[in-house]
Each structure stands twice: as C-alpha cells, then as structure tokens.
Design a protein around this ligand. Structure first.
Ligand code: TXA
Ligand code: MG
Length: 339
C-alpha cells in the first residue's frame, strides 16, 4: 500500500476523514505524540491498527473524542470524578478509563470491561475527529516497542506502506504520551504519567494512587493493570544506561568510558565537557523540554548507530515523572549510581 502524505489544509482534512469513514488507518498529530487512528466503533478497522504496529492483541487502545458529550455514548456511566477531571484538563493530555459501553468492540478494549477516553487539545486532531464524525481509536503511531513518534516523519519511518495516510501537523508540543488515570478503581489510580501531573490530578480528585508500574519494572507473575506497561518500550537499538550523579561525576564517568559507539543523552551544557557525541534534551530543570525532546533523541541515537547511551534523568516529580517513566523503560531499568 502507498501511504499518502496529507497536509493540514481543507483537502488534507477531508481526505483523512474519508479514509477513516471507509475503515482505513490515518496517522494524526496530537499535542502529545502522533496517533494511528481508525474508527473506534468498527472492530475490523481497529484490528488493522494492531497489524500495522505489530501490537500485542491484549493491549487496549485509547478512544479520542472532540467534544465532551461524546463520552456518554462510549462508557457505561460518567461519574462526578470524570466530570471534574474533564473540566480541569480537557481538551488536553489526559486519558481516563471507565467501564465501557456495549458499542466498544473487543478489539479496542482488548477484551477488558473498561475503555480509555481522551479529548485531545491539538486543533488538527479535533478537526479530524469532527470531520470524520466518529470516535477514533488511536495508539501512538510507532512500530510496537519503538519510541513514540513526535513528527510525521517518525510515523512514515515506522509505518510507510502499512497505513493509508499520515496528516502532517508539525512536531508535537508535549512530546510524551498522555497521562492515563483509571476511575474504574477506588481510589482512582495513575497508570501512566504524562503532561498532566500526579500533583495536578490530586489537586482535583484528592487521593490518587500511583500504580507500581509507574516507577518499577513489573514483577514476574503480576498482572499489569495497564497492559501497555508490561512491554519493553521506547527502545532505541543502543543499550541505554541511566547515570545518577552530579555534573562532574557524570562527565568523568562518560569520559572514562569514551569509545566508538558510545553517546550521551544529557542536559544543555553537559556536552561541552564530554568526549563523546551527545544529544542535549533540555536544561537540567526543564522537564517540559526533556519531555518534548526525548523520543526524537532516542530515535536519533539509532541513526548515529550508537551502541551505548549514557543518559541523565530528571527527578520523578511533575512532568519529570513522565520523562523518568519513559527513560527507565528505554534503559530496561538499568541505573548506575555514581555518588
Ligand atoms: O497521548 C496519547 O495517549 C497517545 C495519543 C495518540 O493520544 N496515545 C497513546 O496510546 O499513547 P497507546 O496505545 O500508545 O497507549 C495507551 C496506554 C497503554 O499503556 C494501554 O495499555 C493503556 O493506555 N490502556 C488503554 N486502554 C486501557 C484500559 N481499558 N485499561 C487499562 N489501560 C488501558
Ligand atoms: Mg504507545
């Protein structure tokens, strides 16, 4: 199949909507990462997403809407907690999980009794949902296991020839996937950290638990609440190792291990002290920049043929928690303490 490249203009939006209505797959920009969209009410269309991405069949999809009222058709019940979260954070980078309505095909919910719903803030995403007239199931538009795509070029790199089209809306602003919170448990529980922080969720809902899988690898034999958490994720081909220490300790360690194939993922300014090629992904306290740059950086290491990447990682709070969560997975939880 030839993948069409669509522009964010009247013609491009009309074509994207037409493909989606006829059961096809379109890569779409959102404020977090690019999504691979299909009609969420059509099990056969959703099944094509799994085939194109090589996604395990037990990993459910997020359903995207472009006005709040659409949620009433998709879930069994809308509790007060959902209304409060929507009022505070929608449209925006937050996904909530609720018991599903019967119209949600098993392909979308991967057999679970719940469904994930998100109302993105990106104007192009909203327009595609509205013009198609459908709720859209969309996981990140990467090959399963690869870093999520933050540009249309990333989508084409992974999925060209496997999807009908991609609509180019420029680079994504948040850069990591949405915050996922389940309201199907009491108290609510954070399953995946993102641009809306745990601190912000607690300010609206009071008690919100953090799932173990946010900070830790899943223990052998434990069932994942969020199936996506159990897979090795976000991995460049290189072996990523997180180094914990101050500026001087970081530079000394990297330089002592400088050899061909070794690269660094570091804070702005670190690179001047390093004897290996480096990608800076933000200032040492600029979590938003790190979130925005992380996945592009991970992809770039592949292009440079890196074999080992020594990475600096922010503290697990605020948006830094989302960066920490993704980078820990990219590193297979390999951390070296230099202190
Ligand atoms: O920002 C985002 O959320 C992007 C854009 C495209 O909206 N989408 C995205 O989708 O990241 P995906 O499929 O890559 O990640 C969805 C996550 C997975 O970890 C999945 O297991 C979890 O949400 N999830 C989806 N439905 C769920 C459910 N019913 N119960 C528990 N976890 C669920
Ligand atoms: Mg994904």
């Amino acid at each position: 199949m030839q993948t069409e490249s669509l522009q964010a203009n009247d013609e491009g939006f009309a074509r994207a909507a037409q493909i989606l209505r006829s059961g096809g797959l379109v890569g779409i920009p959102t404020e977090t990462v690019y999504g691979l969209a299909a009609n969420a009410l059509d099990g056969a269309a959703a099944a094509k997403i799994f085939a194109a991405k090589g996604r395990p069949a037990d990993n459910p999809l997020i359903v995207h809407i472009s006005k709040f009222e659409q949620i009433y058709d998709l879930v069994a019940e809308v509790p007060d907690s959902a209304k409060k979260l929507a009022k505070a954070f929608w449209p925006g980078p937050m996904t909530m999980i609720l018991p599903k309505a019967p119209c949600i095909p098993n392909e979308v919910s991967a057999g679970l009794p719940t469904v994930a719903i998100r109302f993105p803030s990106h104007p192009a995403a909203q327009r595609i949902i509205t013009e198609s007239g459908l709720p859209l199931a969309a996981p990140s538009a990467n090959t399963s296991g690869r870093p999520s795509p933050t540009t249309a070029q990333h989508v084409l790199h992974d999925l060209s020839g496997k999807i009908d089209a991609v609509l180019d809306g420029g680079p994504c602003g948040v850069g990591v996937e949405s915050t996922v919170i389940t309201l199907a448990t009491n108290p609510p529980r954070l399953l995946r950290p993102g641009g809306i922080t745990l601190e912000q969720l607690r300010a609206v809902l009071g008690t919100v638990e953090m799932d173990d899988a946010v900070l830790h690898p899943l223990k052998e034999g434990v069932r994942a609440v969020s199936p996506g958490m159990k897979y090795k994720h976000y991995s460049p081909k290189a072996n990523v190792i997180i180094l914990k220490g101050n500026d001087a300790q970081y530079a000394a360690y990297v330089n002592a291990h400088a050899e061909p194939g070794v690269m660094a993922l570091c804070y702005n300014g670190d690179d001047e002290k390093l004897q290996v090629p480096a990608i800076c992904y933000g200032g040492s306290t600029d979590d938003d920049a790190m979130a925005r740059e992380l996945f592009d950086a991970l992809r770039e290491f592949d292009e440079h043929g890196a074999s080992t990447v020594y990475a600096r990682c922010p503290e697990p709070k605020g948006v830094g928690l989302a960066v920490y969560n993704r980078l820990m997975r990219a590193a297979g939880f390999e951390v070296l303490s230099l202190a």
